[in-house]
Design a protein around this ligand. Structure first.
Ligand code: UFG
Length: 361
């Protein structure tokens, strides 16, 4: 699709997948934190974001404009569309890119590997190529702790091997993209790439106006719990209680999406640091793990709702326990997560309670 020429020559940050869950919270945080001297350009193909009939902007972007009273340049373009993407670079003075646009459902990726490799790998390669063509060498990449596979030791630091024993095309696509970016950085010292390896993002903006809005039945724990709490789903299935963990259920490092968003803002700031360059992978987590049963209890406490659940067998591909070593993020980015488990549950609940059907009214 041909983008409209609503360009400006203000220095801009391009956010791919900016209408999605982590993307939209990052756009909002960038607008809250940056001065008026930077423009935000969002490109999103709306494969996992909702746009109401007759609206130009997808709902999260429209709401962020309302909350911040700022304008976002939005383009309904697929990042694999090289011409469409190039036109955006022609119309805006893009300084750096934060790249979220990707497919992310682990189970679906096993059924549709080609779609995942197309979207995630071809998409990333096309973006990198267009960036290079326009002399833009600064990129923050949305990666995942899934690149570590089964943890050999905990907490996991960035020196842990990656790419071993990965079971899903989704996880492999994140690993392959990191490898591609390492090669790209080796090929030209102008590149600066920060790959942020997220642990388990949960929560929502404190306004309760934007949050996670999975299409169909949620795959992840937190949106499932909140949909049970609001009455959209009947009961939660707990996948296994025979792991070697505190109570037998899986343990993960849940991180508030606002903390995660702030990590991206810090990563962009690194680009201005003298001498900074090359590829850097950084964990974004809290360093603390909680079990499924602890998550249920915390959510019940905060929401005042009971979460009916049933213990069932383990889910294929799941690991027992995972949490991050967060010392590099503190050292390199000067960032650490500050929000508590109660904040994560309270903000998820505010969003879910105010918007029982997500962005669709
Ligand atoms: N769980 C349940 N019931 C559910 C959903 C999840 O008991 O209905 C459990 C899981 O077994 C696991 C924990 O809750 O112990 C967290 O599961 P999620 O699906 O929320 O998260 P995962 O850790 O499995 O997956 C996340 C991201 C993936 C990423 C992976 C890397 O969603 O994108 O971390 O480890 F690949």
């Amino acid at each position: 699709m041909k983008p409209e020429t609503n360009g400006s020559k203000m220095p801009s940050i391009l956010v791919t997948g900016g209408a999605g869950y982590v993307g939209s919270h990052t756009v909002l945080t960038l607008l809250e934190r940056q001065g008026t001297d930077i423009d935000i350009v969002v490109v999103d193909n709306l494969s996992n974001a909702y746009r109401a009939q007759g609206q130009k902007q997808p709902e999260p972007i429209r709401i962020i404009e309302e909350l911040t009273d700022k304008t976002i340049h939005f383009y309904d373009v697929d990042i694999r569309d090289k011409d469409g993407l190039s036109k955006i670079f022609e119309h805006h003075d893009i300084e750096s890119v934060i790249h979220f646009a990707a497919l992310k459902a682990v189970g679906e990726s096993v059924q549709k590997p080609l779609e995942y490799y197309q979207a995630n790998i071809t998409g990333t390669c096309t973006l990198l190529e267009v960036m290079r063509n326009f002399g833009v060498y600064k990129l923050v990449y949305s990666s995942s702790c899934t690149v570590y596979g089964e943890p050999e030791n905990l907490p996991i630091n960035e020196g842990h091997p990656t790419g071993r024993g990965l079971t899903s095309p989704y996880g492999k696509s994140k690993y392959f993209c990191e490898e591609i970016m390492k090669d790209v950085c080796r090929s030209d010292p102008k590149w600066m790439i920060v790959s942020l390896r997220y642990f388990n993002p949960v929560g929502a903006h404190r306004s309760g106006r934007i949050g996670e809005d999975p299409s169909g039945i949620p795959n992840n724990l937190m949106p499932y719990i909140s949909q049970v709490a609001v009455g959209r789903l009947k009961e939660l299935q707990v996948f296994g209680n025979d792991y070697a963990t505190v109570d037998g259920t899986g343990v993960r490092d849940y991180i508030h999406v606002q903390d995660l968003a702030e990590g991206h803002v810090k990563a962009v700031k690194l680009f201005h640091q003298p001498g900074f360059g090359g590829f850097h992978a950084v964990n974004l987590g809290t360093g603390t793990g909680y079990s499924v049963l602890q998550m249920i209890a915390a959510f019940e406490q905060v929401s005042g709702r009971q979460i009916p659940y049933k213990i069932v067998g383990r889910r294929e591909g799941d690991i027992a326990e995972n949490y991050a070593d967060v010392s590099l993020s503190q050292r390199l980015l000067g960032w650490r997560a500050t929000r508590t488990l109660e904040d994560m549950c309270a903000d998820t609940w505010r969003w879910q309670h105010n918007n029982p059907n997500g962005f669709k009214k």
